[in-house]
Design a protein around this ligand. Structure first.
Ligand code: MG
Length: 443
């Protein structure tokens, strides 16, 4: 009672002191200062905009509102099931979201997440990401601020990135690392051939026997496991200590093979080794930690942010390798990033070519804001992509820079995007990998 009397004395009425639940700061129309000039909005349409200018299926979601000037864009790219994501957006999220208030991002995320009852699949998560990122874009535009400001502002001037150096021989990999260092890169991922030497091997027995298809890839794990330490040694010898070296195992070898190889890489001081085990083999992390202190990145195949919780708390890996559209957008990614701060787990968002420029911008906005940023995967957009997506992030001296326009800062030329329709058929080649006898390998 004392506190209420004090507030009344100060003219700050509560609990009935003001009519109609008005805030003490509201004007006679009930508008709070931070909302003046921000009329309530309603979502009028949620639609998928697919585009495929370079043979890589990209999907962006556009959320329209009753104010024709205010709309948002978000990345929903899942190239392996692009048509299914388009249907999930156009046939379900559109209907579910119409009439809702786009300001309520968390509420819309939570209710959309359970709107199918069964959840966490990559198709629905990517559709949800497109919606979520578009809502953050709208909020930034309404606030007149880039999204990173809404996440706490900058803790660094730009986003430090690593780029990819590969080659058909160890010498070619080392030469490519030198070239990237000349361009200003301080972090380079080194891969010999494709992942696990897929593109280097001779014709395997399964193909000669007519097993599988002629397009299937072959994993020669013996060649791979022997040559990766030699590649690290050669690159260190040629390029010195100034460059940080990364490598992606891509889950393709047996867990103990991965552990033994990582132990051999210790002397070359890797920045991190990525994806030593498939998500089906999480129990091996404890054994890995008992045998080596090489930093580990993990998680691009995780569907659900709950998959990160226990490994992070137990400090089983060091970098969060989230594919942000795959886990449902900025809203869940921020929760994992903030949790990481408590356990010295740093961010390293997945940033491959099958993420739209809107998605790369979303990665970078979080990168700029969170304290426990680790590293970002570099991306250089073609002229065509920059034309379709004006305001796309740019690279300079190994740093990613983003547009300072309000929201995520990336626009879309819808007409141009639609000139590059999704192909009817998907090329399964990249995911199809076999051992010499034809046994399928999990990528
Ligand atoms: Mg990877």
């Amino acid at each position: 009672m004392k506190r209420r009397n004090l507030l009344r004395g100060l003219g700050l009425g509560i609990a009935g002191g003001l009519a109609g639940g008005q805030s003490v700061l509201a004007n006679e129309n009930g508008e709070k200062p931070w909302n003046r000039g921000m009329a309530p909005l309603k979502i009028t349409k949620v639609k998928a905009i697919p585009t495929c200018p370079h043979g890589i299926e990209l999907i962006v979601v556009k959320v329209e509102t009753n104010d024709p000037d205010i709309y948002g864009l978000g990345c929903a790219t899942f190239r392996q099931r692009a048509h299914a994501v388009v249907a999930a957006v156009n046939e379900y999220l559109d209907d579910f979201c119409r009439g809702k208030d786009p300001d309520n991002i968390e509420d819309i995320w939570q209710t959309s997440y359970v709107s199918s009852y069964w959840r966490n699949g990559p198709v629905l998560n990517n559709a949800l990401s497109g919606l979520d990122q578009a809502l953050w874009d709208i909020k930034g535009k309404r606030a007149g601020m880039p999204v990173y400001q809404l996440l706490g502002g900058k803790t660094r001037f730009a986003v430090d990135c690593y780029t990819h150096a590969s080659g058909k021989s160890i010498e070619e990999v080392a030469d490519n690392v030198s070239k990237f260092m000349e361009q200003g890169y301080r972090h380079v991922r080194i891969q010999l051939g494709g992942y696990g030497s897929a593109s280097l091997s001779e014709s395997p027995d399964f193909k000669n026997a007519g097993f599988g298809t002629q397009e299937d890839n072959y994993l020669d794990s013996h060649f791979y496991l022997n040559n990766v330490p030699k590649m690290f040694e050669a690159v260190r010898k040629q390029c010195g200590e100034k460059v940080a070296l990364l490598h992606d195992i891509h889950e393709r070898v047996k867990p103990l093979e991965a552990i033994n190889m990582i132990k051999k890489l210790e002397e070359f001081r890797p920045f991190f080794i990525e994806d030593p085990f498939s998500p089906e083999n999480m129990e091996y992390f404890e054994l890995l930690r008992q045998h080596t202190t090489v930093p580990i990145a993990m998680g691009e195949l995780f569907n659900n942010i709950n998959e990160f919780k226990e490994p992070m708390v137990r400090r089983l890996f060091d970098y969060i390798r989230i594919h942000i559209s795959q886990i449902g957008g900025i809203t869940p990614a921020m929760k994992v990033a903030r949790l990481g701060e408590w356990f010295n787990v740093l961010t390293a968002w997945h940033g491959p070519g099958d993420v739209s420029p809107v998605g790369h911008a979303a990665n970078a906005h979080i990168d700029l804001a969170v304290w426990n940023f680790g590293i970002q995967e570099a991306v250089n957009f073609s002229e065509t992509l920059q034309e379709i997506f004006p305001g796309s992030p740019t690279m300079k001296n190994g740093f990613m820079h983003i547009s300072e326009a309000p929201g995520l800062g990336v626009e879309i030329n819808e007409k141009l995007a639609l000139k590059y329709p999704l192909p009817d058929k998907f090329n399964y080649n990249w995911t199809q990998l076999r051992k010499n006898d034809g046994t399928p390998v999990r990528p």
